[in-house]
Design a protein around this ligand. Sequence first.
Ligand code: PLP
Length: 340
Amino acid sequence: MKIRETLKQYPKENLTRTPTPLQFLPHLSEDLGLNFYLKRDDLTDLALGGDKPRKLEYEIAQAIEKGADYLVTCGSAQSNHARLTTAAARRLGLDVAVVLSHDQWHAIQGNLLTVYLMGARVEMIHTEDHWDLEEHALNLVKELETDGRKPHYIPVSGTTPHSSLGYISGALETLEQMEEQNIVPDAVYLPFGTGGIFTAMMLSFREKGIEAPFFGISVNRSLDLCFANLDKWWAALCELLDVDPDRPRGEFRLYDEFIGKEYADPTEAGLDAILKMATAEGILLDPVYSGKVFSGFLDHFEAGDWEKGQNILMLHSGGVPAIFAYAGILEEHMRKRGRL
Ligand SMILES: Cc1ncc(COP(=O)(O)O)c(C=O)c1O
């Protein structure tokens, strides 16, 4: 069976209007001498948008089928996933708790501000590493169960086999738009956090016969962990979609050199990439995800990897509310570049 048909077998809660636009960026394209297309998943219409609504539509449907009445998740202080899980819970009438790291971005701004506004139960844990949080979140799940609640735990970034179906669907949507607009991509640039988006999109493109190379820009993990995650999600998605896991993956490359010192580190290249996109097209990127993906593309472009007239597709996965938590850093950077 085709993956589109198999996908229909899985329950889905409706959390956002789709399709999101697939836009040709004329000024950037002219400046670079190629055709640059941006899939605008920053424009999903749940609480300031991003990739998560697509993931949560499938994940929460599973939870509701099992009788869940409470969502529990975890992330960094500026977690987009915490914002959108809170919004999804509110939309569906569920209770919600978020376990967040009390890291250096814990000012009540950006994503964290929205989480408080939507009234999530917020547990701040004194760690700089949001990967340590799972244990705390699972303890909270046990506590809630003891109180007679039916909590459903969603891991960091919202990535599970079922949630990744959201990006099978997102990729099929993109492929349809590319066909309508007559676009055959020469390269696809994506963020790589846990790898849920990347794996699901690559699998969908390959199943539909699109063999353009995929470029995953890691935002937190070293290459060995990225590859391990890719293997894990690939196997899980192939099982859910009844695809042979040994089918060829096609050409792809992952990069961990754009992370900076650590996750969420606002790199110079990422900040310059934000300024470039904002100035050329009036489109806002963020310093943690989309700015880094674009900085990865620009680095490759400057190294001469892309030729005149080629078609580049990049996913804007959202994350923009974080710019308000990074306002001081952005101000300093603009001063350095003579913008202020
Ligand atoms: C805006 C944004 N883009 C991309 C990602 C990474 O997605 P994945 O974990 O599926 O690689 C995240 C994860 O939190 C995110 O918030």
